[in-house]
Design a protein around this ligand. Sequence first.
Ligand code: SF4
Ligand code: SF4
Length: 520
Amino acid sequence: MEAEMRVFVDSLRKNMTAEDVVNLEACMDCKMCGEACAWYLVTGDEKLHPTHKTGLIRQVYQRYMTLEGQIGGALGLVPTPTVDDLKENMRYFWACTACGRCTLACPAGISTRRIVRLARAAYADSGLSYANPTIKSIVENTERYRHSFGLTIPQVIGRVGLFLRSEGIEVPVDVHGAEMLFVCPAAGNTKIPDYGIKLIKILNAAGVSYTISPYVIDTGTEIDHIAVHHNLSKQMLEEWEQEADRLGVKKILLVECGCDARTLYAEASETLGRPFRYPIVSVDTLMLDLIREGRLPVEKTDLKVTLHDPCYATRLSGLGDVFRDLLYLVTDNFVEMTPNREHNYCCNGGAGGMRLPENTDLRRKISVLKANQIRATGAEYVTSPCVVCTLSLEDTCRTYGLAQPGERMALVLFEVVYEAMEPALAKRGELDRMFVPAELKNRDPGFFLEHSIEGRMAALMQTPEFPALLDWLERDEIVQRFAKDHPQVYDHLHALRDMTMLTMPALHTRAVADQSQVQS
Ligand code: SF4
Ligand code: SF4
């Protein structure tokens, strides 16, 4: 056996469960699973059929991992897959969002998504998946920065802090003894740096005791679901636990992200080899409780909104009722799309659908199913309790002309909750509640400065890298894009620059000189 094939087979053997043996052995090749998979349904391309994606792994299993296969292989009676076959077919394992819809159509209940995940892990263990530059960069960035997009801690704090401070919002950072540790996936703090503004306002208004970590800046979703690098995934989960220990929190608060929900609710024990040590609270169940307990005032909006069920949160984690209960509390105009809940079509964005550029054209093509579903509801907005779904839905609405140019039709679910909360607070004259969290409200100014985003920014300003960070922020494409909705971002940026010039003129002059040298 070739060396890379040996590692590949060892990885399959190490990660397989009894359920996976059934997944590999029970297929009758009836092809019904293809009728559920958008990638095949829309294109009709046999190579995108679920059985083509998994057929090679079945051959590897049969040839190298069963006695009949070893005898049959020696006699030339069964196919002998090679490393070249693995390389040639690799892209099909990432032309899949591991959404699990095909399992619903399979008479044997086979989980293609499990086989795809096994395959991705084996490609990672054998090093073959690093031929794909995006997967390679996700792994390298996570190893080096613990952030899958390769942002450093100052860059994340600088970007997110810039948006929050420009709106006058305080956030507790590094608060020991807070009840919950609030962790954001890299897609949230990278692609939507203003992502947290409304959510933070909701948490502050409800008096939730939370803190963000100055060290854990990514949940590791992409390492777990795109690269499927189990060792790194395990390290990231352990680091969450260590950070939660250090801060003395009681729970972990998950932002709206379907992959995070799946990882923490169902797959963390497999990755860690034991249960995750902290209780997990999804922000949606939290908001539901807060509204029911009267801690979060809301007034129903008249937004006509439909719900996209994220595959990983609804079909694979069973949270569909939570999202509906929440929507019924905040809008009178919720309309279901068809099909919905576990039968819903995938947004085609997760598990590499959106992150891998080679999938872009195909993803847009197959998203016609999603666009038709949304259009048929007649809704003004489509909401999803997942940041990646929302990004993908936004792209689909634009591609198929559902949204007017320059207008957003896709909202994260907490944005709908926000639309119901803000008027309720305004009516009570309590809008101020949104800006300072409970943890910082009654503390002395020293604690405030040390444990707020303001304090973090002040600490960053003392570092020699700060002027360069300001230049990076000013040129940053994502900041420029989102600054359109937050015009005061640049005022805040310039105020910070003025302050550094006053307090550290030498550093600033040096950074500007370095910058002009780079440009010339
Ligand atoms: S898991 Fe989803 S994307 Fe992958 S083959 Fe099945 S239906 Fe298609
Ligand atoms: S529906 Fe199930 S049994 Fe039929 S081809 Fe697909 S995986 Fe195999």
